[in-house]
Design a protein around this ligand. Structure first.
Ligand SMILES: Nc1ncnc2c1ncn2[C@@H]1O[C@H](COP(=O)(O)OP(=O)(O)OP(=O)(O)O)[C@@H](O)[C@H]1O
Length: 295
């Protein structure tokens, strides 16, 4: 099938996948537009990796319609595969080859690859170009995975928990790298457990729980108005009062008119973490799994 650039990069309707009795993906709908960066958030076992692997063509679905760059990943051929980039959750094959050898080797599979040395620089591995993959630290190994995922200049890049095991500095330089891919027009679908990462990188966040999408939106609008209401807190008559409101300025003005100085005044906006945890609670995700969902 020929792809028109105005078609979405990813279109998924009613996706289902079972493992035995376990419904790993249970009627999931997703659309990702060209040039968009979308982050999938969800607790362990929510079905994120299964979904991404189906979109990458590495896993068969049981049901649903899936189009990735206009083709069905279950039947798409090599030309299609050369247009997508994949960064899997840590692989250990080819560990005897050096960083430079691996990146150059992968580049040869693609019709218009990026320059291997530029890619190695971009992921911060210049010093390690002669080091064997098996001798890299966990974070360096992950950066090599990212280099292999982007060297083919993919139109669409899948990043499955790309910064797990990175130190904060490596994570920030990885974010800069993703920003530069964004300005090249690369469409990116990433899964992450780091809310700061989703907030920083994603145009849109999709929250998955129990194999289905429970909420989606730009990071600053996720959950809608109700979830994002501010809390106004103040002390009066020897105790702390709290009001949830869409109009905190109005509440504070009313208090100021009545109390002049407002003791202990606080206006708290919910963070993405607050909103996310609230959405998981609404989706009946048990408390222990909610705690593990946030990093
Ligand atoms: N090959 C498999 N065989 C059997 N069950 C599986 C298999 N792969 C995944 N599952 C189960 O399917 C569900 C979804 O798993 P999946 O890996 O897609 O979740 P996830 O959201 O990516 O989780 P995590 O954040 O832990 O990576 C889980 O209950 C998992 O145990």
């Amino acid at each position: 099938m020929t792809t028109h650039p105005s078609t979405p990069a990813i279109e998924v309707t009613g996706l289902r996948k079972r493992y035995g009795d376990k419904r790993a993906v249970d009627g999931l709908d997703l659309q990702v537009d060209r040039g968009e960066i979308v982050a999938i958030l969800g607790p362990n076992g929510a079905g994120k990796t299964t979904t991404v692997e189906i979109l990458e063509g590495y896993r068969r679905r049981d049901d649903g319609v899936v189009r990735v760059l206009g083709d069905d990943p279950a039947t798409a051929g090599r030309a299609w595969r050369s247009r997508i980039g994949v960064v899997l959750q840590g692989t250990d094959d080819l560990a005897e080859a050096s960083v430079g050898e691996l990146v150059r080797h992968f580049a040869r599979f693609f019709p218009s690859p990026r320059d291997a040395d530029e890619v190695i620089d971009a992921v911060g591995l210049r010093e390690k170009v002669r080091t064997r993959a098996r001798q890299l630290s966990g974070g360096q190994r992950r950066r090599l995975d990212v280099a292999l995922g982007i060297v083919g200049r993919p139109e669409l890049l899948f990043l499955d928990e790309p910064t797990t095991g990175f130190d904060p500095q490596a994570r920030r330089s990885f974010w800069d790298l993703v920003e530069s891919l964004r300005s090249d027009g690369t469409t990116i679908l990433l899964t992450t457990h780091y809310l700061e990462e989703a907030e920083r990188l994603a145009d849109r966040v999709v929250v998955v729980a129990g194999g289905t999408v429970v909420a989606q939106g730009p990071p600053d609008q996720l959950g809608g108005r109700t979830a994002r209401r501010a809390v106004v807190r103040w002390d009066e008559d020897g105790r702390t009062h709290e009001v949830r409101t869409d109009a905190p300025t109005h509440v504070v003005a009313g208090l100021a008119a009545r109390l002049d100085e407002i003791p202990g005044l606080q206006v708290l906006r919910p963070t993405l973490e607050d909103v996310y945890l609230g959405l998981l609670q609404d989706a009946h995700v048990p408390a222990t799994e909610r705690q593990e969902a946030v990093r």
